[in-house]
Every structure is written in structure tokens, then in C-alpha cells.
Design a protein around this ligand. Structure first.
Ligand SMILES: NC(=O)C1=CN([C@@H]2O[C@H](COP(=O)(O)OP(=O)(O)OC[C@H]3O[C@@H](n4cnc5c(N)ncnc54)[C@H](O)[C@@H]3O)[C@@H](O)[C@H]2O)C=CC1
Ligand SMILES: Nc1nc(O)c(N)c(N[C@@H]2O[C@H](COP(=O)(O)O)[C@@H](O)[C@H]2O)n1
Length: 124
């Protein structure tokens, strides 16, 4: 029997993924660049804030860019966040998109272990 769709499962339709594709690492891993393929993603307010105040988790973007953030996670081998973000948000850093996977979403095809790197203030 198929598992139920988890409560946090979300959608990021194929049509929304198309514009991202030219900016993503190839799906088949055929490219071996000398430097890691790096994507920077963040949500910002019109006055260029990332959060209401330091340490306050703040939803700035809406459902579609949040789904895009989840999808980007599925297309990279690792995620780098700051130690302050880890403490403030305790983020799941998973990808719960239906058909893509990451936390049990139905039809998981791209679920993968992800490497989490948190730089400390001493630079390590
Ligand atoms: N709106 C959004 O998309 C996002 C918002 N946030 C929010 O941002 C806040 C935390 O962000 P930040 O204040 O940037 O702190 P942060 O601690 O997450 O990031 C700064 C990182 O840079 C490192 N660092 C500082 N000086 C350095 C130096 N000279 N050399 C090398 N590394 C150095 C720190 O050790 C830290 O790991 C949280 O409130 C979180 O909720 C976090 C991620 C995304
Ligand atoms: N796409 C996006 N929109 C916002 O408004 C945000 N505040 C963030 N924040 C990032 O998402 C992390 C939380 O991830 P989980 O939902 O726990 O998986 C948070 O730590 C920021 O990196 N992103």
C-alpha cells in the first residue's frame, strides 16, 4: 500500500522548473568543473533585510519561491549555512516536494544525502 502524502509535502510544477534549468548543475552529473557548482539563494525584503531582527526566523518570500528553495536543495550535493542561521532557524534543509523527494514525499526520485557545512566564527 502506498504511503500517505506527508502534511508538509509541497508542489513545484515542471513548468516552474524550466526557467531554472539553465542555471543548475546537469542532472546526469556529466559536468566535472574545476570548481564546485555553487548557487546562492536567499529571500530579501524591499529594504534589503534577511530577517525582522537577528535570530528571528522570518518568512519573507511566498509559497512559490519557498518551493523553489526546496527544489534547489534537491539539485545540489551540499548546503552551506552560517552558524547563526543554524541556531536561529534550526532549518530542516530537506526537500519535501512531491515527486522530487527528500523527506518522504510521494514518488521520491531525487532524494539524496546532503552535506551541511556551517562555518564557525574562527573560519573553520
Ligand atoms: N531570508 C533568508 O533567505 C535567510 C535569512 N536568514 C536569517 O539570517 C540570520 C543569520 O544570518 P547572519 O547574521 O548572516 O549569520 P550567520 O551566522 O548565519 O552567517 C554568517 C557566517 O559567516 C561567518 N563569518 C563571519 N565573519 C567571517 C569572516 N571574517 N570570515 C569567514 N567567515 C565569517 C560566521 O561564522 C557565520 O557562520 C538569521 O536570523 C536567519 O534567520 C538566514 C538564511 C537565509
Ligand atoms: N525561500 C525562503 N524564503 C524565506 O522567506 C526564508 N526566510 C527562507 N529562509 C531559508 O530557509 C531556511 C528554513 O528552511 P526549512 O524550511 O527549515 O527547510 C532558513 O534557515 C533560511 O535558510 N527561504
Amino acid at each position: 500500500m502506498a504511503s500517505p502524502i506527508p502534511n508538509d509535502a509541497t508542489e513545484f510544477p515542471e513548468t516552474d522548473r524550466l526557467f531554472l534549468e539553465p542555471h543548475l548543475p546537469p542532472k546526469d552529473g556529466s559536468s566535472h568543473p574545476a570548481l564546485p557548482f555553487t548557487t546562492l539563494t536567499f529571500a530579501t525584503s524591499l529594504d534589503s533585510s534577511l530577517t525582522l531582527s537577528p535570530g528571528t526566523p522570518t518568512a519573507i518570500s511566498g509559497p512559490q519561491p519557498e518551493a523553489m528553495t526546496l527544489y534547489l536543495r534537491s539539485r545540489h550535493d551540499g548546503i552551506l549555512i552560517g552558524v547563526g542561521t543554524a541556531v536561529a532557524d534550526d532549518p530542516s534543509l530537506n526537500c519535501h516536494i512531491v515527486g522530487v523527494g527528500g523527506s518522504g514525499a510521494m514518488g521520491s526520485t531525487a532524494s539524496q544525502g546532503q552535506l551541511l557545512l556551517i562555518p564557525l566564527p574562527d573560519g573553520t
